[in-house]
Design a protein around this ligand. Structure first.
Ligand code: SAJ
Length: 441
């Protein structure tokens, strides 16, 4: 079947909008990537990207070269509009929908009968029906009869976006059956996964619950880590062995949850039903409390404890002399450059707030405005503690013999169960693993 090529206007060319636009362009559609940020638009028109994502630079370069993808600071009249702008969180943990509203307002002058409007941005339940539709209807059109409107939540994993855009199932939450069918036809251009039809509000809730499922499970793992530290048990071993049960899938503890999705989306449910969202709320608080726990572990280590088999953290430790801490990895997860909501940024602030602790940061993926050091070994000079914040693959090759000679005190705090603790202990490091009660063996 020959599919009719469409003109598609994608509003917001960030982590989701840009790959989506490039993907449509690669299938022969005419895609316009719209962003208010001129720098991003200029870069795009020069075939360049401003984010790190495997394969994206080549896809974008090819799409620009083909003439099917263009950047613009203004929407253009199109057959379909896809809103993929950010939905940050306000101070009071409610969704900041200003960008969604502005994008919807921006397309109103261009809307005509038969156009498709898709919201990909993650939103609280009810956003399409209560906020998007009334804005679109300022065009004089009836969203239900004249337009095809749907919420199609993005569900791709940063680091694997191009594969997951194609292979993941996609939920299409239409205003009505006709909207579902029209939007399904659009995404059939490149989605090989299932295209599952439902209503807009159910689709909104599905997206939020997927990330909430992760958040609650990570909170459970973090709680287990804290319990194991007190009981002298290795949480990582508990997880590995428990997961051999066919119906158990314990997640991993860590220094907290970052990224713009899992650390944010559960709040959009809490916003709607604060009294009923008990587990969801508590999980957010548990995960948000992890940077402070890592700070506490760091202070204890800097005071020379754990080296002698001491378990647990005393109420308050005060440093006897000024010490330098080096943090390796500050992005929210490994091998990407995204620092949004990274718990390591919070950890840095907490450590800096401690008297007599100086903090050095090394991350070859992150922007230099966050990573103060450009050479890992130089950064380790005079350090009394190295904290592994994020397990970028390159950190597997650290030359610990060299590091040990450079450090003032050989303390290592691994928040990811990434390094070989036994080997490091044999080398003379005082190695501590988050979630492992006994520092021995
Ligand atoms: N994390 C843990 N323990 C774990 C798993 C993750 O501490 O066991 C932490 C990571 O270190 C990271 C954070 O959680 O800081 C989130 O990382 P992630 O890789 O689990 O997820 P994201 O935020 O990169 O992407 C998620 C994905 N959602 C699900 O897997 C349900 C992705 O599919 C979504 O598209 C994306 O959110 C989004 O945009 O909403």
């Amino acid at each position: 079947m020959v599919r009719i090529k469409k003109s598609i206007c994608i509003l917001g060319i960030g982590y989701i909008g840009l790959p989506t636009a490039a993907m449509f362009a690669s299938k022969g559609h005419r895609a316009i990537g719209v962003d208010l940020n001129e720098k991003i638009v200029d870069a795009l028109n020069n075939g360049k990207i401003t984010i790190e994502e495997p394969g994206l630079d080549e896809l974008v370069r090819t799409a620009i070269a083909s003439g099917n993808l263009k950047g613009s600071t203004q929407p253009l009249a199109s057959d379909a509009y896809i809103i993929a702008v950010g939905t940050p969180i306000n101070e009071d943990k409610t969704a900041d929908l200003r960008a969604v509203k502005a994008a919807a307002e921006a397309i109103v002058p261009y809307l005509k009968k038969g156009d498709i409007v898709v919201l990909e941005s993650t939103c609280p339940p009810g956003t399409v029906t209560d906020i998007l539709v009334p804005i679109l209807e300022k065009s004089g059109l009836d969203a239900d009869k004249d337009l095809f409107v749907a919420h199609c939540p993005e569900r791709v994993l940063p680091g694997k976006i191009l594969t997951e855009l194609v292979e993941n199932n996609k939920i299409i939450g239409g205003l009505n059956k006709a909207s579902c069918e029209a939007v399904k036809e659009l995404y059939t251009s490149f989605v090989k996964g299932g295209l599952i039809l439902t209503d807009a509000t159910t689709a909104e809730m599905c997206k939020l619950m997927e990330n909430t499922f992760r958040d609650v499970n990570i909170a459970l793992a973090n709680e287990l880590a804290l319990i194991c530290e007190k009981l002298g048990i290795n949480a990582w071993e508990v997880i590995e062995l428990s997961n051999k049960h066919p119906r158990v899938n314990l997640h991993s503890p860590g220094p907290g949850v970052g990224g713009h999705c899992i650390a944010v989306d559960p709040w959009f449910i809490v916003e709607k039903q604060p009294v009923l969202s008990k587990i969801i709320h508590l999980s957010r608080e548990t995960n948000d409390g992890m940077p402070a726990h890592v700070r506490d572990l760091a202070v204890v280590m800097l005071n020379g404890r754990f080296a002698d088999g001491t378990q647990g953290i005393p109420e308050k430790e005060i440093l006897s002399e000024p010490k330098k801490v080096l943090i390796l990895g500050i992005t929210y997860k490994p091998n990407i450059d995204d620092i949004r909501e990274s718990p390591i940024l919070k950890l840095i602030d907490l450590l800096k707030a401690e008297e007599d602790i100086s903090v050095a940061v090394y991350d070859h993926h992150a922007d230099t405005k966050y990573s103060s050091e450009i050479d890992l070994y130089k950064a380790a000079e005079g350090a009394s503690l190295i904290i592994l914040g994020v397990n970028h693959s390159e950190f597997a090759d650290v030359d610990f013999t060299r590091i040990k000679a450079l450090m003032k005190e050989p303390n290592i705090l691994d928040t990811r169960n990434f390094w070989d603790g036994r080997k490091l202990k044999n080398m003379g490091f005082n190695y501590y693993l988050l979630g492992k009660g006994s520092p021995e063996d």
